[in-house]
Design a protein. Structure first.
Length: 147
């Protein structure tokens, strides 16, 4: 007998829990290396893993690295350098594009429902960006980054 194909259930990528997507390890972005305790990488999960994922996305310039290239053009990362480095764009345009680019990149994660409370402060030549990450489970956390 053949199985009843119509009754099989499949999990889609959107339904998968972030915690089920493999192991995540704590990364020290100031030192530029993984955190090691007792000779082993420090494993993380849940919101802590999501915070690391958010920072990795924001630190990765989209289209720069072949390893993140995809056929569907749904690449990993954000396009921020053109907005920050050597431009004469009005500040309001830069802020709107930063919000759009960051929101578009981060809300691809099924755990992230929305972003809010954006604050962008210009400290030449850098921008300090902070925002609230609202999770699908009702929790939230604040992310701060200097670009």
């Amino acid at each position: 007998m053949l199985p009843k194909i119509a009754e099989l259930e499949f999990k889609t990528a959107v339904e998968e829990d972030f915690n089920d997507s493999g192991k995540s390890f704590l990364f020290d972005f100031d030192k530029g290396d993984f955190v090691i305790k007792d000779g082993r990488l420090v494993e993380i999960s849940g919101v802590q893993a999501l915070k690391v994922w958010v920072e990795k996305i924001l630190r990765t310039e989209k289209y720069r690295y072949k390893v993140y290239e995809r056929n569907d053009k749904n690449e990993y990362g954000v396009v921020l350098e053109d907005l920050i480095i050597g431009n004469n764009f009005p500040q309001a345009f830069i802020e709107a594009e930063l919000k759009r680019e960051i929101t578009e990149a981060l809300t691809k994660n099924p755990m992230i429902q929305s972003l809010s409370n954006f604050k962008i402060v210009k400290r030449n030549p850098r921008l300090i960006v902070s925002f609230k990450v609202n999770l699908a489970d009702g929790n939230s956390f604040t992310s701060n980054m200097t670009l």
